[in-house]
Design a protein around this ligand. Structure first.
Ligand code: GAP
Length: 484
């Protein structure tokens, strides 16, 4: 179970400690858009770097690209997004608020489960799983809401419009004299930037099938339900990798990536008990997918997708071949044959991953009759990895502390802090997830030692100054996820 009972706990900590702020807050905020503060930007960057290292540097056959956000409008026709990237929405006529119909039902099921009404919850879940098989999807969702008398969460009213489909892409105009014909979209996924560069990568590098192309970058979706902090945003960042394989080898590659991706989440310090796979049933697959599964995390709002792994077959490359008129075939020299590769995609949201890391790390603990909030995240992800504290504000302690701090800064993110009692300084950095705090006292001036205090156990050890860098390095690399 998550140690956090409500998303609000993370929202408050994120704001108070400078991880994540509402966008344009002084003007009342912009719905489902968020800014990262001093701690958040470091955390997010560390996660992105860990993903990049895992997905590119650790593989001989995976390269990176950084495609533009604007793309030719035909891309989104070819990809199916213009026709099919829709969410079913329903409006509360009284409050005028809009909900995603399937999520309204999911929220209701979650509430029933929390209230112990499991039979009813299962019955509605079954209806939801088969929505679209009785009448159309929109009609079936509407029927579930009406039959079960699901009320609006904000107004409590039971006064709904019909369910309608709503395209999630943001449209804008290109150029100073733009007309409707010059409409372009903000990309709703980074994946298409990889597909349209597949030929360029093949022609400019020595990669051979099987190979992958990885990319991180912003994506935009005009989400209908956008009230879950950075879980569902209108502007967010994705980290995607498309792995191009010979048709017929796709199922094996899909299984391989499922396993690799779950292992990565665990290597990031996420507790195994909060991770699971959720395969998509065949009738619920996205328009491009032959097989798909989510890596789900047990968020404070319940089990939810954090990453999708999809077997996209040759759908995208075939579509781009047709719409662009350019050949997308691969010539396999060894076998002397041509084919359009199949693609296995791994797609994770960086913001959602950041929320997962914060939620999983969060603990509130009793310590000697007091309580502390501590983020027990993997040390390699911590925004501040080492705190350096002179015990008191005395020049000789400050001088040694400054020297230690400058040395450590070469390899770690370090915060020098001399304000307040040592206890207060520990608490501040516990809340920032700082794994090591180094205190410099007067004894240390005599014997060239310092005290290292560990975030998770609060144990303290006396270490010689010369050994400090190696000591932190070793402890960082041997860190184990605390399963409590
Ligand atoms: N290229 C495939 C694709 O985009 P997706 O399941 O729609 O697949 C992949 O999105 C991941 O992107 C999700 O697992 C999630 O982590 C993240 N994501 C999607 N929509 C998001 C949103 N509105 N806000 C934050 N993250 C989002």
């Amino acid at each position: 179970m998550s140690n956090v009972d409500s998303l609000d706990t993370i929202v408050s900590l994120a704001k108070a400690r400078g991880f994540i702020f509402q966008s344009s807050e002084i003007y009342g905020g912009l719905s489902a858009v968020y800014d990262y503060g001093p701690l958040g930007v470091e955390l997010k960057r560390n996660i992105r770097n860990a993903w990049w290292k895992e997905m590119t540097r650790r593989h001989e056959n995976i390269v990176g690209v950084d495609a533009a956000i604007f793309m030719h409008p035909k891309v989104w026709e070819a990809s199916g997004h213009v026709a099919g990237f829709n969410d079913p929405m329903i409006d509360d006529k009284q409050s005028k608020r809009r909900y995603r119909a399937d999520m309204l039902i999911e929220q209701y099921i979650f509430k029933l489960e929390k209230d112990g009404k499991t039979d009813k919850a299962q019955q509605i879940q079954q209806q939801l799983d088969t929505a679209g098989t009785r009448k159309s999807l929109t009609e079936d969702l509407y029927d579930i809401i009406i039959e079960n008398e699901i009320k609006s969460p904000d107004s409590g009213a039971f006064d709904w419009t019909q369910v309608r489909q709503f395209n999630l892409m943001f449209k804008t105009a290109f150029g100073a004299t733009a007309s409707e014909d010059d409409a372009v979209y903000l990309r709703p996924e980074t994946a298409q930037g990889i597909f349209v560069n597949y030929k360029n990568v093949l022609d400019s590098t020595r990669v051979k099938v099987p190979f992958g192309i990885a990319q991180t970058g912003k994506a935009f979706r005009n989400e209908v339900v956008a009230r879950q902090f950075v879980f569902r945003m209108r502007e967010f960042e994705q980290m995607e990798m498309q792995y191009f394989v010979e048709p017929g080898t796709d199922e094996k590659a899909y299984e391989m990536w499922l396993e690799k991706r779950l292992d990565w989440h665990k290597s990031m310090g996420i507790r195994s008990k909060n991770l699971r796979f959720s395969p998509h049933p065949p009738d619920k697959l996205a328009h491009y997918a032959r097989a798909a599964a989510d890596v789900q995390y047990q968020f404070p709002i319940g089990w939810q997708e954090v990453e999708g792994i999809h077997n996209r077959s040759d759908f995208d490359l075939t579509q781009h071949q047709e719409y662009s008129g350019k050949k997308m075939e691969y010539f396999d020299q060894a076998q002397n044959k041509r084919y359009i590769p199949y693609v296995i995609e791994t797609s994770i949201g960086l913001d959602r991953c950041t929320l997962m890391v914060l939620s999983d790390a969060y603990r509130k603990e009793e310590v000697d009759g007091d309580s502390r909030v501590v983020l027990k995240m993997h040390p390699k992800l911590a925004p501040i990895q080492v705190g350096v504290f002179p015990l008191v504000k005395k020049p000789e302690l400050q001088e040694l502390a400054t020297r230690i701090s400058s040395n450590l800064k070469e390899d770690y993110s370090v915060q020098f802090d001399e304000a307040g009692s040592i206890g207060k300084r520990y608490r501040r950095l516990d809340e920032a997830g700082t794994p090591f705090c180094v205190t410099i006292d007067f004894d240390g001036l005599e014997d060239d030692t310092v005290t290292v205090r560990h975030r998770d156990t609060m144990d303290q050890e006396r270490i010689s100054v010369g050994q400090l860098g190696r000591y932190i390095h070793d402890h960082m690399n041997s860190w184990q996820t605390p399963e409590d």
